[in-house]
Ligand binder design. Sequence first.
Ligand SMILES: NC(=O)c1ccc[n+]([C@@H]2O[C@H](COP(=O)([O-])OP(=O)(O)OC[C@H]3O[C@@H](n4cnc5c(N)ncnc54)[C@H](O)[C@@H]3O)[C@@H](O)[C@H]2O)c1
Length: 315
Amino acid sequence: MRVLVTGGAGFLGSHLLRTLVARGHETVALDDLSTGRRTNVPPGVSLVIADVREQGAVGEAVASADLVLHFAAAVGTRVVAQDPTGTWSRNVLGTAAVLEACALRGRRVVLASSSEVYGPGREGPLQEEDPSLLRPSGRRDVYALSKAAGEAYAIALHRTRRLPVTAVRLFNVVGAGQSDRYGMVLPRFVAAAREGRPLPVFGDGTQRRCFLHVDDAVRAVLALAETPASAGRVVNIGTREEVAILDLAKIVLEEAGGGSVEYIPFARVYGEGFQDPQRRVPDVSLLASLTGLAPRRRVREAVRDLLAAVPAGNG
Ligand SMILES: NC(=O)c1ccc[n+]([C@@H]2O[C@H](COP(=O)([O-])OP(=O)(O)OC[C@H]3O[C@@H](n4cnc5c(N)ncnc54)[C@H](O)[C@@H]3O)[C@@H](O)[C@H]2O)c1
């Protein structure tokens, strides 16, 4: 099978490509290298350097593929804060271009969405049909709204033109090669441990999160791509394994061979009035019923992989 991965020079895209190559598939990455890196693209993969908003390049790449995994997007708190209008354009117009090219040619496509579409303050277990709490005028919500718009268009194209599309809501995927530019806690801890700095714990560290090892995320995406019953559905991909942020810091310190933590008040990082949900947990029963899959790897393995890998650039 020939598989096109948009965003193939990024974190998740490059892990998907590595597994696809290992499974013997022919693969193409399409990426504009805005935050991704050429060196992330595994050997044996053809790289098309193009923007997903370029209809000509996208149409050509989609035409030659049997399966499309659309993972290109503007991602990360810093990227989104610096360029909210570019984020909207990349994620909404880029996703529309990819989905329309797939609809025209009847190609199977998996669209990367995000747990962010549930909105702030939601603890869970979050189910796919739960209402979203996004505020269109909220400064922080432009990324989440762009992902929700992509989902809405995907489902509309499924209904009107039978586009075989599955939108996957990814919850905190972690693993080797992940940069700390996203504002994600684990890469930030690992970067601090590497540099011998105290690990910055925001708040009191009792808030709990669920981190999915990237290998489990890749298995879930590829299994859904092979499951016709997932077409036209939105599916959570995550783990129910919860860990308190302070315990995560302790795991990093154990694996790194020592060090300390530093508590930083939320107000200093995010400004007054910021509320961090105490928990954020996915309901993954739909994924399990569609694919029979459950996560196999623990968060400690992702910590080891991140510590062992070459540090990712900060884009
Ligand atoms: N990592 C996570 O935990 C997580 C969680 C939820 C959702 N996601 C989604 O998964 C996907 C991949 O995320 P990631 O963590 O690998 O991020 P990433 O930044 O590592 O990868 C995104 C890639 O897309 C490319 N790109 C951006 N705009 C482009 C454009 N206009 N045209 C072509 N290429 C473009 C970038 O160069 C980069 O290589 C994204 O759609 C993201 O929204 C990731």
